[in-house]
Design a protein around this ligand. Structure first.
Ligand code: CS2
Length: 482
């Protein structure tokens, strides 16, 4: 049994493993320190510090609900490894490892909400980044803040112990506003359309729901001192397994409970709208631009949409991983057609991006057999993901008089996934979704009425989609075939 990775054992790190930076202080608070943040923004931040020699961009990572990441990282002084898995040549996958030191603190949000508020309120902190997943924003069906949500309600009433991501953020901003008032940048890194605008809107909703002597001055301060740039993030980061940790122990020479695994590809496009200083992310490979929207649409509608198609059709067909699903010729053909026939006509080409090459690269990345990205992992939270990655395409194609056949296949496969709850071999498929009970209730009943019942779930399908005869007919034909 090898020793555990930490500041005191770092000297024993195996030769050839990339060594970490040592930031001197915290300059970023990150809400939602899951595997994705550790393999993406934290790596860019570490590389940015290495590029310009700055040491002020240590990260204070906050867990949303569980304290698992605190238990993984606190005994390791925030250090963790990133295992990069390349598909490699036909015979040999290759793997490389580095240790990242950008995370200086990890806070369990549920246990220490006051620490989160104080950290966001700290004048040395200039950036809050967020990966709280689609459901973590607690939006109502119309996209506004769900003020009927009990956690949001409690955050509105009680300033001391906020439990929602938006509550923590706004209470931290309030601390800044009422102490030193130093401007700050809030940067969402979740897969949402216009994620910066979304967060700004939710923050404004939160302020508006506060009693006006409290909410109004806060809203004004935020309008003048906080920016909400949008950003597009991309890197495939499957859930870490025990086998990954065992392999990392051999590679690092030290045991690492905070390990994350990722593909070689990584991309970050950030809207250049900062309220104060930010790390030199552009020197670490990030693209700063005036308009993120075209990049974001390309990523959501080509990559994420196709991911969901492969996840539902693949899981139903009994494939455990995305790489296995995309090796099935019929599924690969459907994925290719979804991108080329349905998504592509809705996209504007971002400067410097070749969209044909992009589509090929998506399939190539999905086919990486070393990643073992589970279809059921991508299938999670379908009710939150489908509207963002598929239904926009469906709506626009229908309006253009076209039949979004392949996007409809993805949606139909999701409906069947929910209804059947098992793959072709009878192996159960988990329904991990905040609306799980509602979806199960809608799916129950004869298969003939499945599409109608599912289209009635207003949190997912608006009236326009639910009433489209074309969409309904496409879904019915696919469900009958699946
Ligand atoms: C995936 C994404 O789980 C999912 O829904 O589609 O997490 C995907 O791997 C990332 O967005 C890639 O950047």
């Amino acid at each position: 049994m090898s020793e555990r990775l930490s500041a005191s054992t770092l000297g024993r790190l195996a030769a050839g493993v990339g060594a970490p930076q040592h930031p001197a202080s915290v300059g970023i608070v990150h809400l939602g320190i899951g595997a994705f943040h550790r393999a993406h923004q934290a790596v860019y931040t570490e590389d940015a510090m290495a590029a310009d020699g700055s040491t002020r961009w240590g990260i204070c990572g906050v867990t949303q609900r569980s304290r698992a990441v605190v238990d993984q990282l606190a005994p390791q002084n925030g250090l963790y490894g990133v295992l990069q898995r390349d598909a490699g040549s036909a015979h040999q996958a290759s793997v490389s490892a580095r240790v990242v030191g950008a995370v200086l603190e990890v806070v369990a949000g549920v246990e220490e909400p006051h620490v989160v508020v104080a950290r966001i309120g700290d004048a040395a902190v200039a950036v809050v980044t967020m990966t709280v997943t689609e459901k973590g924003y607690r939006r109502a069906a119309d996209g506004s803040l769900d003020t009927t949500d009990p956690v949001v309600r409690s955050d509105l009433e009680n300033a001391a112990a906020p439990g929602s991501a938006i509550g923590r953020l706004v209470r931290g901003l309030q601390r800044r506003a009422t102490t030193h008032g130093t401007p700050i940048t809030v940067l969402s890194c979740d897969n949402l359309v216009g994620n910066g605008e979304v967060v700004r809107g939710l923050v404004v909703d939160f302020c508006a729901a506060l009693p006006s002597p409290e909410g109004e001055p806060l809203r004004e301060w935020i309008a003048s001192s906080v920016t909400f740039p949008s950003s597009m993030v991309d890197r495939i980061v499957p859930a870490t397994t025990d086998a990954d940790r065992d392999e990392a122990a051999r590679l690092l020479g030290l045991r690492d409970e905070g390990l994350v695994v990722a593909e070689p590809f990584t991309q970050w496009v950030i809207e250049k709208d900062f309220a104060g200083p930010v790390p030199a992310w552009h020197r670490a490979g990030a693209t700063l631009t005036a308009d993120v929207a075209p990049f974001e649409a390309v990523k959501l509608r080509l990559l994420n949409a196709t991911h969901s198609l492969l996840a539902y059709t693949g899981a139903l067909a009994g494939y455990a991983t995305i790489a296995e699903a995309v090796r099935d010729e019929r599924l690969a053909a459907a994925a290719t057609a979804l991108m080329a026939e349905d998504s592509l006509p809705t996209l504007t080409r971002p400067d410097g991006l070749d969209l044909d090459e992009y589509q090929r690269s998506v399939l190539h990345r999905f086919a990486n057999p070393a990643l073992k990205h589970r279809t059921t992992q991508v299938a999670m939270d379908g009710s939150m993901k489908l509207p963002v990655r598929l239904l926009g395409t469906v709506r626009e194609r229908l309006r253009a008089g076209a039949e979004p056949r392949w996007a409809a296949l993805a949606v139909a496969a999701w409906m069947v996934y929910v209804a059947r709850g098992a793959d072709v071999n009878g192996t159960p498929l988990p329904l991990d979704d905040p609306l799980a009970d509602r979806l199960r209730a809608a799916a129950a009943g004869p298969q003939g009425g499945l599409v109608d019942r599912m289209l009635g779930v207003r949190e997912v399908f608006d009236e326009e989609l639910a009433e489209s005869q074309t969409f309904r007919a496409l879904l019915q034909a696919h469900v009958a075939e699946l």
